[in-house]
Design a protein around this ligand. Structure first.
Ligand SMILES: [Zn+2]
Length: 161
């Protein structure tokens, strides 16, 4: 499922961004796409500031990747939509992204490190792609099997309590 661009960042979208930040921090997670709370709009929020430091929320609408580096980076990724599962995913190490900020101003941002991984992961959500889709078919099948097993065990634990 593909999410739709917003016409502009207005109060409605700002409220959505605030709700998403709340959900993300509560999870806790470092990024969230609107579709993960059931809203098919091209809106995402992130905060990759190190634990224990001041929060640094980034609100993004209609992101567009302008450029990615040839250099790749491997990062252990997880996702609030596939709880408890993490896998190493290879992506471009750096990217340049154009987007509308919380005040509806057009911005471009050069991303590297964790931010580059996070924003590519979140933009994938807007296009209906999950991080496991970047794995080889074999790896993905194994990974989803592992996930289902973990979910079954979790259900069993809950039933026993
Ligand atoms: Zn995710």
């Amino acid at each position: 499922m593909t999410s739709y661009p917003v016409e502009q960042v207005d109060d409605e979208i700002r409220t959505l961004m605030d709700d998403m930040l709340e959900t993300m921090y509560a999870a806790p997670g470092i990024g969230l796409a609107a579709i993960q709370i059931g809203v098919p709009k091209r809106v995402l929020v992130m905060d990759v500031s190190p634990e224990g430091e001041e929060p640094n929320p980034i609100c993004v609408a209609n992101p567009e990747i302008l450029k990615t580096s040839d250099a790749l980076a491997e990062c252990e990724e997880g996702c609030l939509s596939i709880p408890d599962l993490t896998e190493k995913v290879v992506r471009p190490a750096e990217c340049r992204v154009r987007y509308l900020d919380r005040d509806n101003n057009e911005q471009t941002m050069n991303c590297s490190g964790l931010l580059a991984t996070c924003i590519q992961h979140e933009i994938d959500h807007l296009n209906g792609v999950l991080f496991v889709d970047h794995l080889s078919k074999l790896k993905k099948d194994l990974s989803l099997k592992k996930y289902k097993k973990m979910q079954r065990e979790k259900m069993r634990d809950m039933a026993e309590k």
